[in-house]
Design a protein around this ligand. Structure first.
Ligand code: ATP
Length: 370
């Protein structure tokens, strides 16, 4: 089949740009999650890949062939929607066999294939039931089996777990991932749930305001975020604003040492991100970036404790793993806080006026891109 590729894909609704020059390569056999907050353009992008929405610009290729204007029914892509969209008046088996019989496959052959797909999604023996006699998780499996019936080249899922309760959702995430790996089918899943994306994906595409912020494996989007948006959206982060200086970042009277990975012009505004679990309260790391802090709040969350601190850097949240750490913290305690330089990520700080606001300067940008 070859790999699926997007080049400069855009979607404009009037002067509003919902998807903004997205270029992505989806590796064959991989599962990619499109992740981002509500309204960032995930579903619009998926619908353009499916052929259900025409791009305003850009190209979609599959194995090098331009499919940008190819109608959805000619793409051989399987789709599962939020609602599952099953036929309630048909049996489970007929739901799965539906597309095959419409395409002209003999009824007995279509049923045979449906039975083997029901086996695959662990619903053997459910073929004669009506959809109304199934649980949410079972319906989702029927929707997956139906989408796989025509051996799609690409499998597209839009928030496939959103109708399921939290526990079942986690089980189905693992199940779907194992199934996808077994079949080796190129898959794209839209989700706004970062745990879901981290559980299932080979690579995560983090989107914001129609644009791709980062595409990377789950480990990298968490540990090596490329933008402050990604650092704040995936997991939690303390953000500290300052000015770049040789060897670090100036925050008031303090100079924060950072690893010299990214270089910024001295004096330019930057934002430092530090994960709450990376803050050291036991002087276990080197002496750089050590300073006194005052405990302002303590929150017990079971396996971890959140310690809120006030320091020369402003307010910080520290995630403190329990287990061997038996230290207690009380409001008003003075502690020693260290931000290890290698745990800090530095990003350029967007200035007021230079924002990513969609409403500002959008028409210009649309014209400029034509
Ligand atoms: P959610 O997680 O809430 O489903 P999403 O990331 O999937 O969000 P989209 O549904 O792709 O977001 O929508 C992206 C933006 O485009 C939104 O601001 C939405 O209001 C807008 N939009 C989507 N469809 C249309 C349309 N037909 N006409 C005008 N604007 C639209």
């Amino acid at each position: 089949m070859g790999s699926l590729s997007l080049q400069n894909i855009r979607k404009d609704y009037g002067t509003f740009r919902a998807v903004d020059r997205v270029s992505l390569d989806f590796a064959e056999g991989e599962l990619t999650a499109l992740l981002g907050p509500s309204g960032c353009g995930k579903t619009t992008l998926l619908r353009m890949i499916a052929g259900l929405e025409d791009p305003s610009g850009g190209t979609i290729t599959l194995g090098g062939r331009d499919i940008t204007r190819l109608p959805a029914h000619k793409r051989k892509f399987g789709m599962v929607f939020q609602s599952f969209a099953l036929f309630p008046h048909l049996s489970v088996r007929d739901n799965v066999a539906y597309a095959l019989t419409i395409a002209g496959t003999a009824r007995s052959a279509a049923h045979e294939r449906a039975n083997s797909l029901l086996d695959l999604v662990q619903l053997a023996g459910y073929g004669d039931r009506r959809i109304g006699e199934l649980s949410g998780g079972q319906r989702q499996r029927v929707a997956i089996a139906r989408a796989l019936a025509q051996e799609p080249e690409v499998f597209l899922l839009d928030e496939p777990m959103s109708a399921l309760d939290a526990k079942l959702r986690e089980e189905m995430q693992v199940e779907l991932r194992l199934l996808q790996q077994r079949l080796g089918i190129t898959t794209i899943v839209v989700t706004h749930d970062q745990r879901e994306a981290m559980t299932m994906a080979d690579r995560i595409v983090v989107m914001s305001q129609g644009r791709v912020e980062q595409m990377a494996p789950p480990h990298d989007v968490y540990h090596k975020p490329e933008t402050d948006f990604v650092a704040g959206f995936i997991g939690r982060a303390n953000f500290i604003d300052g000015l770049a200086e040789d060897g670090g970042v100036r925050v008031g009277d303090s100079l924060l040492r950072v690893t010299p990975e990214a270089r910024y012009l001295p004096g330019s505004p930057v934002r430092v991100a530090c994960r709450p679990e990376a803050v050291d309260l036991q002087d276990k790391t080197g002496p750089d970036n050590r300073m006194p802090a005052t405990v302002t709040f303590v929150r017990d969350l079971g396996p971890v404790r959140d310690i809120h601190l006030e320091s020369a850097l402003g307010k910080m949240v520290v995630e403190y793993a329990l287990g061997e750490n038996r230290d207690t913290f009380r409001i008003g305690d003075q502690v020693s806080m260290t931000l290890p330089p290698d745990a800090l990520r530095v990003f350029p700080r967007v200035q007021p006026g230079g924002t990513r606001d969609q409403t500002e300067a959008r028409p210009d940008r649309i014209e400029a891109a034509e």
